[in-house]
Write a protein that binds this ligand. Structure first.
Ligand code: ADP
Ligand code: MG
Length: 339
């Protein structure tokens, strides 16, 4: 496939995007002055973040947009136009790229509060002598009262998880253990779906931002405990996590049991779920519960913000647990492992 054929196709198909005066086709896009004030960027490298025999091009497009949607949601904002950098290696033909864009379109339709605003407004296309590298920059609009930061949690705040944890890790286990076509794989559709098409909580994030219902927030992309650590350091606090309250999905539980593993470990340190974690005043929990019920998002109160630095994971009796929970952190410059 040739670069200009691809760009021509994209330009021909492009619909006007609210907030974008000039989209694909000129040297730069022109955005309306007040259209966007948030920017998120996420890159996916073949072999590291995805494998073409684990996911379809539609799945990969969905996930590429969804991980950015999740970042904008974690700021309490609404997603807008996006920009895409494609470095395409062997085997990424026109049909593959078509599938990628289709997946992004499906994710925007399924997840974004205003799907018409979430469309490609530009990008860049090159070849790659090695793996496919896909990088997406998503614009967003912060709520009128300001973006929700990681650094503004308060001592005594409840720590709340919105959405599911550990399911994407379960899905990855399924893909690693059972090859394509094996009936083993077909037994775990919900876990595979969670791994391939994560449901970033865009509507919830935007509603939390607009109503000012949480003090601090971030999304869980690299594992709950690891990502919590970012909020704690930014806010100068520590946390107590009640392990019995950490969400474990029944399907993840069933798979882990079958494999002789602990599903709660996936919830504490598995990545790619794109749940949201927030620090909220205890007096706001009731309103949070009502909002989550309305949007049909599970919500769990899993802990409390404390002055003492560090994370303490405790059981129902308050005993501290020691685990080797580690989230996902990239070793820069080291040979890429499997996704
Ligand atoms: P230039 O050479 O001036 O940088 P390009 O030929 O790379 O311009 O791009 C022409 C137009 O096509 C620009 O509007 C650019 O944003 C858009 N574009 C290029 N690649 C992509 C892509 N993969 N997805 C969306 N838009 C793209
Ligand atoms: Mg260019």
């Amino acid at each position: 496939m040739r670069e200009f054929d691809l760009i021509g196709q994209l330009a021909a198909r492009a619909q006007p995007i609210p907030g974008v005066s000039v989209g694909i086709g000129d040297d730069a896009a022109v955005l309306e002055p007040d259209a966007c004030d948030l920017v998120a960027l996420d890159t996916m490298v073949e072999g590291l973040h995805f494998k073409r025999d684990f996911s379809s091009p539609q799945d990969i497009g969905w996930k590429l947009l969804a991980c950015n949607l999740s970042d904008i949601a974690a700021m309490g904002g609404e997603p807008r136009a996006y920009f895409l950098s494609l470095s395409l290696g062997e085997g990424a033909d026109a049909a593959w790229v078509e599938g990628l864009y289709e997946g992004m379109r499906l994710a925007a339709e399924a997840l974004a509060p205003r799907a018409a605003c979430v469309a490609p407004a530009g990008g860049d296309t090159t070849g790659s002598p090695g793996p496919l590298v896909l990088s997406l920059t998503l614009m967003g609009k912060a709520p009128a009262r300001g973006a929700v930061l990681r650094s503004t949690a308060r001592e005594g705040d409840a720590i709340v998880v919105f959405g599911e944890l550990g399911m994407a890790m379960g899905g990855l286990e399924v893909l690693r253990r059972w090859p394509q076509g094996d009936p083993g794989r077909a037994r775990w559709p919900a876990l595979l779906e969670a791994h391939r098409r994560p449901r970033a909580l865009c509507r919830l994030g935007a509603a939390l931002g607009e109503r000012g219902l949480v003090h601090a927030m971030l999304d869980v992309s690299d594992g709950l405990l690891q990502d919590m650590g970012h909020m704690l350091r930014a806010s100068g606090l520590g946390a107590r996590i009640f392990v019995e309250e950490v969400p474990v999905h029944p399907r993840a539980q069933a798979l882990a049991q079958e494999l002789g593993l602990e599903a709660v470990d996936w919830s504490l340190s598995g990545g790619d779920d794109y749940a949201l974690v927030a620090a909220a005043g205890v007096d706001q929990l009731e309103e949070l519960e009502a909002l989550c019920a309305q949007l049909q998002v599970p919500m769990r109160r899993i802990g409390v913000m404390e002055a003492q630095a560090g994370v303490r994971v405790v059981d129902a009796q308050g005993r501290a647990l020691r685990g080797a929970w580690r989230g996902h952190e990239h070793n820069l410059g080291v040979k890429a492992g499997e996704p």
